[in-house]
Design a protein around this ligand. Structure first.
Ligand code: C2E
Ligand code: MG
Ligand code: MG
Ligand code: MG
Length: 281
């Protein structure tokens, strides 16, 4: 029996059994063809530097235009992709796409412009992840410092030492690492000093709650650890001003711009004005 094929089939059965949802099983089959059928695409959400009032980067957010279901949001298919291991190939596809788009976006937003890509725990656990990502950036002629890898706290709960080592190797190549959804995971604060990271992304729930004391505490802690901070989920002018006045390094959210296709992103000169950021001050 061919080992590879058997293993793949087992994964799919195993996952279907686990979910006990015939529907999920069908979605997995559809997702396994999504790359070849060119149903995946990436949208970008700009990251804005409130002090300098310039765009400093963007986050790549994956979407799936499924022939049966229409446009599917990542929360509705990434977990399935992780369970089945499909996220590995999908993840490499996203990184390559982000590299291709970086060349075009950098022309508009400047040399300092970084593209952030979300990386799942399953991807990080791949033994050759570092080699594969290095090959992609070489082929696409993007320097690693132009790419930021976003990991979540839950990424780090299992096999802490392996994760540490992989992140160290990625940083040695020049990639920067951001800890995503900070504050929502179940990791201890000590992880912040154990993990080689460059940035914290404060989860949008803290911004939505208007929890200023807690945000201030996170900013102080990040500053002491020499980490930059991006606040997620900025939806209003008031939230924007609060984070700006607190000295937050970067902000991201619907108030700045919604995630959108690369071609539709606002120009550097338009973004502050469009969001009412520069005119209302
Ligand atoms: P995330 O990395 O924390 O991404 C931010 C999410 O917040 C995005 O949801 C974005 O559309 C949404 N968002 C941004 N600004 C606002 C705002 O002002 N208000 C509100 N309510 N939401 C806002 P999205 O695109 O649905 O992605 C959800 C999650 O899926 C991401 O959370 C990330 O964990 C995961 N994901 C997305 N793309 C990829 C990918 O290529 N690979 C992997 N492994 N995960 C991905
Ligand atoms: Mg993210
Ligand atoms: Mg997040
Ligand atoms: Mg998330």
């Amino acid at each position: 029996k061919a080992k590879g094929a058997g293993r793949k089939r087992f994964h799919i059965y195993e996952a279907a059994y686990k979910y006990d949802h015939v529907e999920n099983f069908i979605h997995e089959l559809a997702l396994s063809h999504a790359i070849e059928k060119e149903e995946l695409y990436v949208q970008y959400q700009l990251i804005y530097h409130p002090a300098k009032q310039v765009v400093i980067g963007a986050e790549a957010l994956l979407r799936w235009n499924c022939s049966a279901r229409g446009i599917v949001q990542p929360n509705n298919f990434i977990p399935v992709a992780e369970e089945t291991g499909l996220i590995v190939d999908i993840g490499y596809w996203v990184i390559r796409q982000a590299c291709k788009d970086w060349h075009l976006l950098q022309k508009e937003y400047g040399d300092e412009f970084k593209l952030s890509v979300n990386i799942s725990r399953v991807q990080l656990n791949e033994e050759d992840f570092v080699d594969q990502i290095m090959q992609i950036v070489r082929e696409e002629e993007v320097a690693p410092p132009s790419i930021e890898l976003e990991i979540t706290e839950s990424t780090t709960v299992h096999s802490m030492q392996d994760v540490q080592q992989t992140l160290h190797r990625l940083r040695a190549h020049g990639f920067t690492i951001a800890l995503d959804d900070f504050g929502t995971g179940y990791s201890s604060l000590s992880m912040l000093t154990l993990l080689p990271i460059d940035k914290l992304k404060i989860d949008r729930s803290f911004v939505a709650d208007g929890n200023a004391p807690l945000i201030a505490a996170m900013l102080a802690m990040a500053s002491a650890l020499q980490l930059q901070v991006i606040a997620e989920g900025i939806e209003t002018y008031e939230q924007y001003m609060m984070l700006k006045e607190m000295g937050c390094w970067g902000v991201q959210g619907y108030y700045i711009n919604r995630p959108m296709n690369r071609d539709l992103l606002p120009k550097q000169t338009e973004i502050g004005r469009a969001a009412g950021i520069t005119t209302r001050e």
